[in-house]
Write a new protein. Structure first.
Length: 435
């Protein structure tokens, strides 16, 4: 059949109309999807159960101590609402050890993990207020301590600025704690900070990023009969580099001011890590936290405090150095470590960490002279994710302690000091309404 010029012209225009309609449909679909993702109401949950075996966890076992075994769980119900310039987030949780209360008793167990409101302001600014987790960088100073069932939250106010084009973030936050609603005075007796103020800045450029953190920490005096609040100032940068085959970080932080017992503070921390990435990966790191030496004056402190960090990530899974500087008797810590790992597939990753713990300074003034070598810890972990909502972890650790660890923690270095756990975490989404 021979088509006329008019028929060809008509068919060509019809083709253009159909193509235009199709492109318009795709554009509207993508636009509506993008809008839908910005406005939503989501109901989700998290259930986490973890049996643990402990025989030398946090402190060395004694000749008369017996191994411990228990099961802990955390259950959370999360409501997340976002509409236009408003976001409201609520996380309610129940944490318990199986059998820690009598069955016939009605003991309240629910608590608020997070409950915050965020208002999007103009020109990239937003204001976030309420109970919230503060998680910054690798969590060496500010983290939520997620390994703990309760985790760490703050009642805080946070001003945020983001510039996506320049890949720049800047946060300024603060908190002021009070134990009630007093008529007079602001005395605070709880073992939290009295006030906290911080600033965090991050700039990304290519495979690199540079961030800087500054924290003002106000603590109640532990000096007898004193109602003062003593303040310390911590600040420093963190550099990160990452590509498909290599990643590295270098951080350095300095502390100045006064401790809660009114010692003049002058301390620092350095962190370095480099890793070759691949199906088999290997990394080498070093953490150095300063501490007192034999020549430190009695009214001074050179012991770096990690403040509100997630220390379970860094200084061995057996948590011998969670509360720094108290866990090192104010002598600081050196932790060179080796990390080896295998990514079997997209679902299974195995890692082995080897830590060699040393005090930054020995103590030759004590009755039992305290040398630097504390021991070696080996941590093994298997991470299995059979689906996006299910995560299975299993780990075991063993500590080969020295006599110096006995002097710090007590117990017997010659006993078996180990720990093991299995953890299942399920994070389902019950409802997702986009609008």
């Amino acid at each position: 059949m021979i088509l006329s010029w008019q028929d060809l012209h008509y068919k060509n225009n019809l083709h253009k109309i159909k193509l235009f309609s199709f492109k318009t449909f795709i554009f509207l679909f993508l636009f509506s999807s993008a809008k839908a993702q910005e406005n939503y109401f989501k109901v989700s949950a998290q259930y986490r159960v973890r049996p643990e075996f402990r025989n030398g966890y946090k402190t060395l076992s004694t000749d008369s101590s017996k191994a411990a075994f228990f099961v802990t769980q955390r259950a959370r119900l999360i409501f997340d609402y976002k509409k236009d310039n408003l976001q409201v987030y609520t996380s309610i949780q129940d944490i318990r050890t199986w059998g820690d209360e009598e069955q016939s008793k009605d003991i309240p167990g629910l608590a608020v993990n997070e409950l915050w409101l965020e208002l999007n302001l103009k020109k990239g600014f937003s204001l976030k207020m309420g109970r919230q987790e503060l998680i910054y960088d690798d969590q060496r100073l500010l983290g939520n301590a997620d390994w703990s069932n309760a985790t760490r939250s703050h009642d805080a106010l946070l001003l945020k600025y983001i510039n996506k084009e320049k890949k720049l973030n800047w946060h300024i936050g603060g908190a002021f704690n009070q134990s009630g609603e007093p008529l007079f005075g602001t005395d605070y007796q709880l073992k939290n900070y009295k006030f906290l103020a911080f600033s965090w800045f991050k700039k990304e450029f290519g495979n690199n990023s540079l961030s800087a953190t500054a924290i003002v920490n106000g603590l109640n005096a532990t000096v007898p009969l004193s109602k003062k609040t003593f303040t310390s100032f911590t600040f420093g940068p963190l550099y990160n580099y990452k590509n498909n085959k290599f990643k590295a970080l270098l951080g350095a932080y300095y502390q100045k001011g006064n401790t809660e017992n009114n010692l003049l503070l002058n301390a620092y921390m350095i962190n370095a890590y480099a890793e070759l990435r691949g199906k088999i990966f290997a990394g080498l790191g070093l953490d150095y936290l300063s501490g007192d030496d034999d020549n430190t004056p009695s009214n001074h402190s050179n012991s770096f405090s990690t403040l509100y960090a997630t220390n379970h990530k860094f200084y061995g899974s057996m948590d011998y150095f969670v509360n720094i500087p108290a866990d090192t008797k104010q002598r600081g810590l050196i932790d060179p470590y080796l990390r080896l790992g295998l990514i079997s597939n997209k679902k299974v990753t195995t890692t082995v960490d080897v830590h060699y713990f040393l005090l930054a300074h020995e103590n030759s003034l004590s009755v039992n002279k305290l040398k630097r070598n504390l021991g070696t810890e080996i941590d093994a972990l298997i991470d299995y994710k059979p689906s996006p909502v299910i995560n299975f972890l299993a780990g075991t650790s063993i500590l080969f302690a020295t006599k110096n660890m006995e002097l710090i923690k007590g117990g017997n270095k010659n006993n078996y000091n180990g720990w093991a756990f299995i953890m299942l975490k399920v994070s389902p989404t019950f409802l997702l309404k986009e609008f």
